[in-house]
Design a binder for this molecule. Sequence first.
Ligand SMILES: C[S@@+](CC[C@H](N)C(=O)[O-])C[C@H]1O[C@@H](n2cnc3c(N)ncnc32)[C@H](O)[C@@H]1O
Length: 253
Amino acid sequence: MVENGSKASRVRELAASIASRSRIKNPNSDTVRINGERLARVLATEIEKAFGSNPKIAILDFGAAAGRVSIPLANLLPRSRVTATDVDAEAVEFLQLTAPENLKSELNGFLPPLKLAAGTFDCVFAISVWSHFADTLSMKWLEEMKRITRPGALLLISTQGNTCLQHLQKTKPAWAKVTGEQYLKDRYLYRDYPGAAAEDANWPGITKESSWGITVMHPDYIKEKWGALFETLEVRERGTVGKQDLVIMRRPV
Ligand SMILES: C[S@@+](CC[C@H](N)C(=O)[O-])C[C@H]1O[C@@H](n2cnc3c(N)ncnc32)[C@H](O)[C@@H]1O
């Protein structure tokens, strides 16, 4: 009883701390819960297309935060084992305390590797993570995804494309002058978040070893660069619940 009470108070404490960081959504908000469930359904549809109905597979949620998507996904696919990793220790602890039985969470470092064996996963997904990595770190983490997946594994990764760029141009001063022509010409655009990599309380786990910001990528750039590691099946415009695109890839057999 006492133990349950202290667990509940720790969960409340963690939720309050997590909710104060803009990059991680408040786990107690209804909007966050509903969007997380909608995203989980989008991912479950792709997973069931690839592996059949209610498959018994190993899934990784990379950059899971407090489990907005991995908790509903673990509930939708109860025979699968979901591993959720993140650099944010409080989010990982919150997830450990609130997750269903088929979901476990682990802390990882800002740079690869993960403390996970090669060839562990049948599926990896990442929502709103590669939309923040600069190019070098992005490729390093993709190589790590290749290491920890099995041949034929499915990868579902959200990115920011044209729809996000149009929104950023209107809402973020650092993006106001970026033109559509520049996007078509450069196909990869990146701006640091001021203050990220400062190793302060607002950015736990994000270290000075690399940068963290907003990344916009054209589908052709993704197919060319990421296509060197994975078979890129589709870059689905606005394929997530929000404005982000969904990259669907398979690890070559
Ligand atoms: C915008 S949030 C998205 C969280 C979650 N995927 C969701 O959709 O609710 C980005 C997450 O990536 C995590 N992150 C940043 N760098 C990371 C890294 N190198 N490895 C794992 N997670 C990372 C952050 O701590 C944060 O929780």
